[in-house]
Design a protein around this ligand. Structure first.
Ligand code: NAD
Length: 500
């Protein structure tokens, strides 16, 4: 399809479409390689307009009762559950992941909305009666104000849903800047929330690139920034946002290892390595990109993974395939470049994903499952985040060497151990320097009522996403110490207040 002016996706500000920008970006259907529409790219002025809308809406939304806010959240939850198929289709059309996987993404986002239906419970403060004679102390959590959310291409619905329902449930107003590569899901969600009864200005969407992001990071009316994307940009967002006095949580890239011990069920471990390595074409921040195998079982495990990966059907995500395309032609070329680099560095190419048959029309951005064995830890395929369907196998001599290898990674998003030895698993849970750990679970994304977040170069800032930590991030603590005066409280005393 050739894009026309009417195919240009616009911003969503004050519960209506807003257009003011001539600058646009291309949105592709990655399965066909064609441009499906364009997206407006916000100028500083447009971004400021969205910030102003959120700032104007904040006092009214902050003062809206918990009962009313919760009723709107329930409506949103209901609409999203009823119409999730529409959203999944939008995700597949612009991201490329297969339809089932897109539905899974929506389901994990829905979990957070369900958590937010319980927000009054999570926002309750604390009270100490008679902390000192006649003095009571109360702590309460109040919204931070205007919250900016900047999200990546790989989960165009789930990642925004990690943040904006929590921010809004806690009484904040939001400016969401989704990825310009697959922007339509964000508008769909904002329109649905409008239908659910959300007042004007509470959830605004601006599309754009660095210009919009820099405006959000520096504008004094923005109080918090939640970012998810690659590590260099996460670091930039964290340093720029905090330098402008904002509360920032910036989630970065990953290189997730799966350690397989000799006592593990190797068939199960091979199934999981294939699912977690090649699902969404490896474009998941919790994808397994490195299998760490004890030498004694490595040959057998590699053979089992290869046998399974060869059976995967690659193609258009609407056709019941197992694996879809990569997000853009440029990204496909970058991932293929890593495969070339792995070969040049001397790793053993077990599966070459640069060629193969595809079930799709046109020139989609496809690669097939790729696997390297005997990967060295100095090779770029090991040290860098590839973000594609490329699995590296690193062989180790011992359990200790496996733990040391994982702990020496600069990243710390997710990891998993496959074993039937409870003692070994317990030691792994304790010693591993990673934020999310799976025991016989390859993609340990926490449920909505826990919190999501990595360690080291996978997260800048300290509060994780959603769950209890999400509510902490989107609220500020206030402590009130109070007494109701009577004549016995009179008298002059310049000493520091003490309790008795
Ligand atoms: P990206 O860093 O390129 O983009 C993320 C966001 O930042 C987008 O909205 C983009 O418009 C914006 N951006 C890009 N360049 C910018 C610049 N120079 N200045 C300001 N803003 C800029 O990431 P991506 O390619 O969209 O997403 C993939 C990355 O996200 C991977 O590294 C993946 O590991 C990571 N990711 C991490 C998590 C996590 O929870 N840790 C979750 C999902 C994705």
């Amino acid at each position: 399809m050739t894009a026309t002016l009417t195919d240009t996706l616009q911003h969503w500000i004050n519960n209506t479409s807003y257009s003011a920008d001539d600058r646009t970006g291309k949105v592709y259907n990655p399965a066909t390689g064609e441009v499906s529409r364009h997206v407006a790219l916000a100028s500083k002025a447009t971004t400021e307009h969205a910030i102003a809308a959120a700032a104007d809406a904040f006092p009214g939304w902050r003062d809206t009762s918990l009962a009313r806010r919760t009723a709107i959240m329930f409506n949103f939850r209901q609409l999203l559950a009823e119409r999730k198929g529409e959203l999944a289709a939008i995700i597949t059309a612009e991201h490329g992941k297969v339809l089932d996987d897109a539905l899974g993404e929506v389901a994990r986002g829905l979990e957070v909305v369900e958590l937010c239906c319980n927000a009054p419970y999570l926002l309750k403060g604390e009270f100490s009666q008679n902390a000192s004679t006649g003095i009571d102390v109360q702590s309460l959590r109040q919204p931070v104000g205007v919250s900016a959310i900047i999200s990546p291409f790989n989960f165009p619905a789930m990642v925004p849903l990690w943040f904006f329902p929590v921010a809004i449930a806690a009484g904040n107003t939001v400016v969401l800047k989704p990825s310009e590569k697959d922007p339509s899901a964000a508008n769909w969600l904002a329109e649905l929330f409008t239908e659910a009864g959300l007042p004007e200005g509470v959830l605004n969407v601006v599309h754009g690139d660095k210009e919009a992001v820099d405006t959000l990071l520096t504008d004094p009316r923005v109080n918090s920034v939640s970012f998810v994307g690659s590590t260099p940009i996460a670091q930039y967002v964290y340093s720029t946002g905090t330098a402008h006095n904002k509360r920032v949580q910036a989630f970065g890239g990953a290189k997730n290892h799966m350690l397989v011990l000799p006592d593990a069920d190797l068939d199960l471990a091979a199934d999981m390595a294939v699912n977690a390595g090649f699902g969404a074409a490896g474009e998941r921040c919790m994808a397994i990109s490195v299998v760490v195998a004890l030498d004694t079982i490595a040959d057998e495990l590699v053979a089992k993974i290869a046998e399974r990966a060869k059976t995967l059907r690659v193609g258009d995500g609407t056709r019941g395939c197992d694996m879809g395309p990569l997000i853009t032609g440029e990204h496909k070329a970058k991932v293929a470049g890593y495969i070339d680099a792995g070969v040049a560095a001397g790793a053993e190419l077990v599966l070459d994903g640069r060629t193969g048959t595809v079930d799709a029309d046109g020139e989609g951005f496809f690669l097939h499952p790729t696997m390297f064995d005997k990967v060295g830890t100095d090779m770029s395929i090991y040290t860098e985040e590839i973000f594609g369907p490329v699995l590296s196998v690193v062989r180790v001599d011992s359990f200790n060497e496996g733990i040391e290898l994982i702990n020496s990674s600069p990243y710390g998003n997710g990891t998993a151990i496959f074993t039937n030895d409870g003692g070994a698993a317990r030691r792994f849970e304790d010693e591993i320097q990673v934020g999310m750990v799976g025991v016989n679970v390859p993609i340990p994304v926490p449920v909505g009522y826990h919190s999501f977040g990595g360690w080291k170069a996978s997260l800048f800032g300290d509060q994780h996403a959603y769950g209890p930590e999400g509510f902490k991030f989107f609220t500020r603590n206030k402590v009130i110490t109070k007494r109701w005066l009577d004549p016995s409280h009179g008298g002059i005393n310049l000493g520091f207040p003490q309790n008795d």
